[in-house]
Ligand binder design. Structure first.
Ligand SMILES: [Zn+2]
Ligand SMILES: [Zn+2]
Length: 362
């Protein structure tokens, strides 16, 4: 008779960290972050422990600390990172493409953790999984302490889409992949389901990193792209990301600012598609001229986060055609992780760079 090895349910692998990991815990509006030391983690079978190389501050982190987006506290914010695998659970871990991950691999990972088996995951809507978790959004404790990017390490859980990050790309290009780049890819891909982008006219509202990235992606698909933004400096930057001015109504409008939904709906050509990707914060409802949408045969599509396949494409874009655009300049400042409060204040200033980086161990 052979021996049957039965692993107890909920088995976890304990990993000690010497020195302890550092996580910056947000405890609520108006309070500075608290620095906590995390001396060890318990990895699930398919978890990956990552040492963070660089994390970047996304607009939604700023919104959270300003109290404009509700969040459960205590919370480790941040969901844009690049880092290296330093340990895996007992069953090992793979990239979203199924390639095994090894210690030392440089990776980026999706903002969402999905079960892979519920009805929504089965339909490909993994970012809307019935038991969804999100890095930088969930209260610490339930899944350990290392649940956000504003930390020296992140416990990347099984069910996260992981993508290998090319060694040749700077961390400043890779860190935003898991929010801005992949979201921009998803928005452009949604438009491309309705329209051949080669030769199409595309207008993008909002020259934040999502809008600028979408501009570059659409331009690389052969589209003529116009970027609309009230900030002249951002408009000038958009020209470096492939933007020009359109001589006709756009078949595709991507609303990436959250503030121009009315203009986006009004400005699209007959038969066109409006992709709404910027309205992720509470804002006043926008009047909808249903008759105009009906008569002009307009399609309105919402895009929120992205799939694992979008993250793969986003990293591929940054490593390939995207090298022609000034993505390395997006991170305008680097600050030590422990200066997260000052960094968040700087990120909310009117002339803030597109991204501010947080570097652990500095
Ligand atoms: Zn984000
Ligand atoms: Zn699911």
């Amino acid at each position: 008779m052979g021996t049957l090895l039965i692993r107890p349910p909920g088995h976890r692998r304990d990993v000690a960290l010497r020195p302890a990991a550092t996580a910056m815990v947000w405890i609520g509006e108006g309070h500075p972050h608290e620095t906590i030391a995390v001396p060890g983690v318990a990895l699930g079978d398919h978890d990956v422990l990552v040492a963070v190389e660089l994390s970047t501050i996304c607009g939604s982190d700023v919104h959270t600390v300003q109290g404009r987006r509700s969040a459960p506290v205590p919370l480790v914010l941040g969901h844009e990172s690049v880092g290296r695998v330093i340990a895996t659970g007992d069953s090992g871990a793979t990239t979203v493409d199924g390639a095994p991950l090894r210690i030392g691999d440089r990776i980026v990972w999706s903002v969402t953790v999905s079960c892979g088996s519920c009805d929504r995951c089965a339909r490909g809507l993994t970012q809307k999984c019935r038991t969804l978790a999100k890095y930088g959004h969930d209260r610490v404790g339930v899944h350990g302490d290392l649940t956000g990017a504003f930390a020296s390490h992140v416990q990347v859980r099984g069910g996260t889409a992981i993508v290998r990050a090319p060694e040749s790309l700077p961390a400043s290009v890779l860190a935003p992949a898991s929010c801005a780049t992949a979201t921009a890819w998803a928005a452009v891909a949604r438009a491309a389901r309705d329209h051949d982008l080669d030769g199409a006219a595309v207008r993008i509202h909002g020259a934040g990193l999502v809008g600028l990235t979408a501009a570059a992606i659409a331009a690389e698909h052969g589209a003529a792209v116009e970027v609309s933004d009230p900030n002249p400096a951002r408009r000038a930057l958009a020209a470096r990301f492939g933007a020009t001015s359109l001589d006709r109504e756009p078949e595709v409008v991507i609303e990436a600012s959250g503030h121009a939904v009315g203009d986006a709906l009004a400005g699209v050509a007959t038969g066109g598609t409006v992709v709404l990707v910027g309205s992720v914060f509470p804002a006043d409802p926008v009047p909808l001229d249903a008759e105009s949408i009906v008569r002009r045969l307009v399609t309105v599509a919402g895009v929120h986060n992205y799939s694992g396949a979008d993250l793969v494409e986003a990293v591929g874009f940054l490593a390939g055609r995207g090298r022609a655009y000034p993505f390395p300049d997006a991170v305008g400042e680097m600050r030590p992780l422990t200066a997260v409060d000052e960094a968040l204040a700087a990120a909310s200033a009117p002339e803030a760079p597109l991204r501010i980086g947080l570097v652990p161990g500095r």
